[in-house]
Design a binder for this molecule. Structure first.
Ligand code: GCW
Length: 849
């Protein structure tokens, strides 16, 4: 259809009052959605689409009785009421009346012989099947377990929501892997480590949140995409979490999520025996420690009988671990895993173990090698209920990394891949970055563990080496923001993770298309526009942050958000890119470098080792090359750096234009919220572009052959304006302020004015002010043209820094100003608290028509 949402039906019916009503809603801006329902809006279908489902039975028969089955029935009722406007009748027995039958196959197969074949389903696999019985046609939603029935119900609803036919159904689906978990890095005080959408939904002031509704609704979202486990506390665990006081509270969350088929694992502190157990040791080989874990596990299962197990981060980033007693990771894992076994509990042992005090001067040291070096020698020594949970790349969720070689190196140990939905290094949900294409590349990457045909997905799911368990984990970190992740479009990552974990053979575009239809409706224009944006977003982000595998060139020892090119160097954290005057990149070759490449199987290693075959996008991850080294594309490295940053920032600016095509086609609230984020992103992409290009220009001394880097003809540096109450300061790091300098109001609580006279050609221009919106105050700013105010605003964003730097640099644009030479442009600022209304520059560009 080619009309804005809601209007087509109204016109066809000639219901002018509906049109008027919608217009009124639009005019008052109340035609909006909050994003809370995410992809489970069950929004009323267009009349035409509804017709296709007219023959669907209006009776639901629930065979069996369990919380999960009840969830399935309730969701079906809610969904069909929302989408088709029907109130379903409910019954407990199959009759000659057509019905939608929900029940697990153990019970149903006895009643319906047509369900022969259900035995081939995996534990959580479902079957949607149309059957005829006693002259009536039924739709059966079944599976081996009630959880499977729940998944099947959501699958049926999804079909209807996106307009797929549901007659003659015979759809069987098994999940690809048994483990499909989310992790949350929530602290008991309600803060979230690397969370970008408000406080914890699980915790508040050292207690489990009183509001369990939000958690229940989250459970519903998880179930709808097949997520079957969810941890609720940080892997940097607080030892108190397994004391009775907390266990009683966590049990309430377990009760809330159980009807959605979601089980809890709890993150534990390895030094718990000492911290909360009254022992003077946590040595895993000490019998008292073993006894502590045994008793603890019994106690926990008393509170939560279906606990999924524990997660353990040990010997990593300052967390205590077995090394304190010169013990191994197997000693540590097994002492906890053993008592879990009788309860079918799992121990997720994190593979993210590395030394963060490495000597950066030693060119042979390499953090990327750590996971393999630590765990490969222990393969076969773990209890079989231990899962080594491995981050997808060898470093840490950078914008581009190769697949971790450890996946192929564990043959006798179960494993899970750890992905990150929360965009720690990929724009923190202020930037759009659809990560499914990145995950997909990693999952499909053939590590050739024992010859070709061993992609990462098969390895982690336990298919390659026939492990009994394994799968997919992602760090979600949703928060209390109404729309869960802060950016409405970031929810495609949460949805996408669930769908990929269920079926990693789905394509990124299939997944996002499905998500868009569920989230915004079935309009083709909306669909195409958002698919386009989402699919471009990761590569655009990579282009303006860290191309060629150098890593996200962010402030790695700080908040991991804005540019901070040198922050990774000259410290022990090991996220080195080793850029200097001559060249850039980590030499990880076997021949001359750290030897990391040798951790891959021979064929894969050979591809990475040779400059001839190493793909450009991973070049600087694997090799150190001079700036004038020519890529396969024919460009030099340095020119690629310049070009890609301009391209990336240009694409980010284009996202705003693309989005603006949807005005009136989706609800106003989400339209405006997304527009605001995209506009911000476009401005911040310029900050990234300039910081990185200027830094490399200065470092390499090689100019941009297209003359852009370091030249900003439309820019008026703030430090060159006429100042009153403002003073100049040096940017820190220098590349995060244009020309290395910016202005701050001189006195706290004071005022400042910066002005200049326009000296260009007369015409219509957009005027952008690049300023710093710190999180420690709310300055007010205005722009005056010849004494007349043309814009004013409050610098009240909560960007992640209290200083004027690459995290807080942001821009405000006034469009279509008529300027003539000699015009006075003045910025006036009044500061509040510790923020100093810092300004970097003004840019004046012709208005695009
Ligand atoms: O990337 C790092 C994050 C830490 C996190 C750690 C981990 C929970 O910056 O915040 O700690 O990874 O995965 O353990």
């Amino acid at each position: 259809m080619l009309e804005p949402v809601g209007f087509g039906m109204a016109k066809r019916n000639g219901c002018w009052f509906i049109i008027c009503f919608l217009l009124l809603l639009q005019a008052t801006g109340s035609w909006g959605e909050t994003g809370y329902d995410a992809w489970l809006r069950h929004q009323s279908l267009e009349e035409q689409a509804r017709l296709a489902y007219e023959l669907l039975p209006k009776l639901v028969v629930l065979v069996g009785d369990s919380k999960m089955l009840n969830s399935a029935r309730d969701e079906l009722s809610r969904g069909l009421l929302g989408m088709l406007g029907w109130r379903l009748s409910l019954r407990g027995t199959i009759s000659s009346e057509p019905s939608i039958i929900l029940g697990n196959s153990r019970v149903l197969a006895a009643l319906l012989p047509q369900l022969k074949g259900a035995e081939s389903l995996a534990e959580e696999g479902f079957w949607l099947k149309t059957v005829s019985s006693e002259g009536a046609t039924h739709i059966v939603v079944t599976g081996a377990t009630d959880r499977a029935v729940l998944y099947g119900t959501f699958a049926l609803l999804r079909k209807i929501a996106v307009g797929d036919p549901v007659d003659n159904l015979d759809v069987k689906q098994n999940p690809y892997a048994p483990i499909r978990f989310l992790n949350h890095w929530d602290n008991l005080n309600g803060t979230i480590e690397r969370g970008y959408a408000g406080k914890s939904i699980f915790w508040e002031k050292d207690r489990v949140s009183d509001d369990l509704n939000r958690i229940r609704d989250y459970g519903r979202l998880m179930a709808s995409v097949g997520i079957n486990g969810c941890s609720i506390n940080n892997v940097n665990a607080d030892a108190r979490v397994i004391t009775p006081e907390f266990l009683a509270q966590i049990a309430r969350i377990a009760d809330t999520l159980r009807p959605w088929g979601v089980r809890l694992p709890v993150s534990v502190d390895f030094s718990s025996p000492r911290k909360i157990g009254g022992l003077d040791t946590f040595d895993p080989l000490d019998p008292r420690v073993a006894e502590f874990w045994k008793t603890k596990v019994e106690e926990i299962y008393h509170f939560i009988p279906d606990l999924a197990g524990f997660i353990l981060k040990a010997d990593s980033e300052g967390r205590l671990g077995p090394s304190a007693y010169k013990r191994t990771h197997t000693d540590a894992a097994n002492v906890i895993a053993r008592p879990l076994k009788p309860h079918k509990g799992l121990l997720f042992y994190r593979g993210f173990v590395y030394d963060h005090h490495m000597d950066w001067r030693d060119l042979k040291l390499d953090r990327a090698k750590a996971a393999f070096d630590n765990f490969r020698p222990l393969d076969g020594a773990f209890e079989d209920n231990v899962i080594v949970q491995i981050k997808h790349g060898p470093i840490d969720f950078q914008v581009r990394e190769p697949a971790s070689p450890l996946f192929a190196a564990l043959e006798k140990t179960s494993q899970a891949i750890e992905l990150q939905i929360t965009q720690e290094y990929t724009g923190q949900q202020r930037h759009l970055c659809y990560l499914v294409p990145m995950w997909k590349e990693v999952l499909d990457f053939d590590l050739q563990a024992n010859g070709p045909g061993t992609p990462v997905k098969a390895l982690v799911a336990g298919k390659t080496f026939r492990r009994s368990t394994g799968g997919f984990v992602a760090v979600s970190n949703v928060g209390r923001d109404t729309n869960w992740l802060g950016h409405d479009l970031a929810l495609a990552n949460l949805y996408g993770f669930g769908r990929l974990a269920w079926d990693p053979d789905l394509s990124p575009s299939q997944i996002v298309q499905e998500w868009i239809r569920l989230t915004f409706g079935n309009d083709e224009r909306v669909d195409k526009t958002i698919v386009d944006l989402e699919l471009k977003s990761w590569l655009a982000y990579e282009k303006y942050t860290g191309p060629l595998g150098a890593g996200t060139l962010t402030d790695i020892i700080g908040v991991h958000y804005g540019p901070g090119i040198e922050s990774s160097e000259r410290n022990g954290w090991g996220q080195w890119h080793r850029a200097d005057e001559q060249g850039i990149g980590m030499d990880r070759t076997v021949a001359t470098g750290t030897g990391f490449i040798g951790q891959y199987s021979p064929v894969v290693a050979a591809t990475f080792e040779s400059l001839k075959t190493c793909p450009d996008e991973l070049l600087l991850f694997m090799h150190h090359v001079p700036y004038d080294y020519r890529l396969h594309s024919g460009k030099t490295v340095i020119q690629h750096i310049y070009d890609s940053h301009y391209e990336g920032a240009q694409e980010a600016a284009g996202f705003v234009q693309i989005w603006m095509n949807l005005k009136g086609w989706i609800d106003d609230d989400r339209y405006a919220a997304i527009l605001k984020r995209l506009q911000y992103q476009a401005g911040h992409a310029i900050v990234w572009r300039d910081a990185i290009n200027n830094w490399f220009l200065r470092k390499s001394g090689i100019s941009d052959e297209r003359g852009r880097a370091g030249h900003f003809p439309n820019r008026i540096e703030a430090e060159n304006m006429t100042l009153d109450g403002y003073s100049v300061f040096e940017g820190k790091p220098w590349e995060t302020a244009s020309a290395g300098k910016a202005l701050q109001v001189s006195s706290p609580g004071g005022q400042g004015t910066a002005s200049f006279r326009y000296s260009g050609k007369p015409g219509q221009y957009d005027l952008s002010v690049q300023y710093f919106d710190q999180n420690n105050g709310k300055s007010s700013l205005r722009i005056l043209l010849n004494g007349r105010e043309v814009d004013h605003w409050l610098a009240d964003e909560s960007l992640p820094s209290s200083r004027p730097d690459g995290h807080t640099s942001t821009r405000r644009t006034v469009h279509a100003l008529s300027l003539t030479p000699g015009d006075e442009i003045r910025i006036e600022a009044t500061v509040q608290a510790d923020e100093r209304a810092c300004i970097d520059y003004v840019e004046i560009t012709p208005t695009q028509r």
